[in-house]
Design a protein around this ligand. Structure first.
Ligand SMILES: [Zn+2]
Length: 360
């Protein structure tokens, strides 16, 4: 602090005190007000003076804070555009998509992309419109009923999966009840053994028998079920997801826009039931696209009515999109066991609701 500053400060204080003394002399009853004014004025002056002397220091501090705020991933939810399939965005059960499994590198990339304005070309938008489900982009191949039931002559009609435990209720420890979605990613330590459905088609080995039984039963009823994309490992899921994000970004989208859109077109890695081998996508002769129309085919109807008998549920039903955050998928079936599947189907609820009501 140099001499002239000191002089200024002293004279300001003197002026305030002098003013207050005159005021107090005139209005003895209001002397408290004068005293308060003096304290406030001098304190504020000193405070401002302190900042004035340290301008550079505080400017630097403000810049650093601003930098952290701008580069932090916590600021994304506020910036993310509201891309959604749901019409009712005011629903309290609706949750913002959680950003999981993004590497630091991707976050840094997204920072750079966020700055650029969104200029989506028509091709990308056309594609965005046509995608209505997480499975469509992920078909690996197909296994027809004949292939599945080949060399499968001695299947046990009274398979053990039919005799799930009965009255003791549903436990969150039941392997077949595991809830997997964006809010509940697959646990890091989740383990299971793969069994073969047909050729390279695999799923959790405990699901192979009920799945084959279901395909066989449909076959008997004259309905041909074709399994596609059962088990999918995390690497493939990550690759599919990143490819999708990159394609959108190539089209001019920011990383966050691309991520949001991709998370509806391809399941976010770590949140797909296909990764734990408990889900299968099913199509039929003459209808091999994964879209809503499958629900109107003979196979779609047969599955809707009979899948629970084999322990499978239609995982993403119509009307529950606001809970599952996934579009109606009449082709995606998830194994939960006969007892849970029957209850879920009878009550017309989705797996999330089942967990809320019945799982301890
Ligand atoms: Zn699926």
């Amino acid at each position: 602090m140099n001499a002239s500053n000191l002089q200024k400060k002293l004279s300001f204080r003197d002026r305030v005190i002098a003013k207050v003394q005159i005021f107090n002399g005139k209005h003895k009853k209001l002397s408290f007000l004068g005293f308060t004014y003096a304290v406030c004025a001098i304190t504020l002056y000193n405070f401002m003076f302190y900042f004035y002397r340290n301008t550079k220091r505080y400017t630097a501090l403000a810049c650093i804070l601003l930098f952290f705020a701008a580069s932090s991933s916590f600021s994304y939810p506020a910036m993310a555009p509201a891309i959604s399939f749901e019409s009712d965005t005011s629903d309290p059960e609706r949750k913002a998509p959680e950003v999981t499994l993004i590497s630091d590198e991707e976050v840094a990339q997204s920072d750079a992309e966020l700055i650029e304005s969104v200029d989506i070309d028509e091709e990308v938008m056309a594609e965005a419109d046509e995608i209505v489900n997480p499975d469509a982009a992920e078909i690996d191949g197909y296994a027809s009923a004949d292939e599945i039931l080949e060399d499968d002559t001695a299947m046990n009609e009274n398979s053990s999966y039919e005799t799930d435990k009965a009255a003791e209720g549903f436990s969150s420890d039941d392997w077949n009840l595991i809830l997997v979605n964006k809010q509940h990613p697959i646990p890091d330590d989740y383990e299971f053994s793969l069994g073969t459905i047909s050729g390279s088609m695999k799923c959790d080995e405990r699901v192979v028998a009920p799945l084959k039984d279901m395909v066989r039963a449909a076959h008997k009823d004259g309905v041909n079920l074709i399994i596609c994309s059962p088990y999918r490992d995390i690497n493939r899921q990550t690759m599919l997801f990143n490819n999708k994000v990159n394609r959108y970004m190539d089209g001019g989208m920011s990383y966050m826009d691309a991520y949001n859109l991709a998370s509806q077109a391809v399941t976010v890695p770590g949140s797909s039931e296909h990764q734990i081998g408990l889900a299968v996508d099913i199509v039929t002769n003459g209808y091999s696209t994964l879209d809503e129309g499958f629900g109107d085919t003979a196979a779609g109807k047969w599955l809707y009515e009979n899948s629970a008998r084999y322990g499978f549920i239609l995982r993403y039903p119509k009307g529950k999109e606001h809970i599952t955050s996934i579009e109606y998928e009449p082709w995606h079936f998830r194994y939960v066991g006969v007892e849970a599947a029957t209850l879920i189907t009878d009550e017309g609820i989705c797996l999330e609701e089942f967990w809320n009501r019945y799982v301890d």
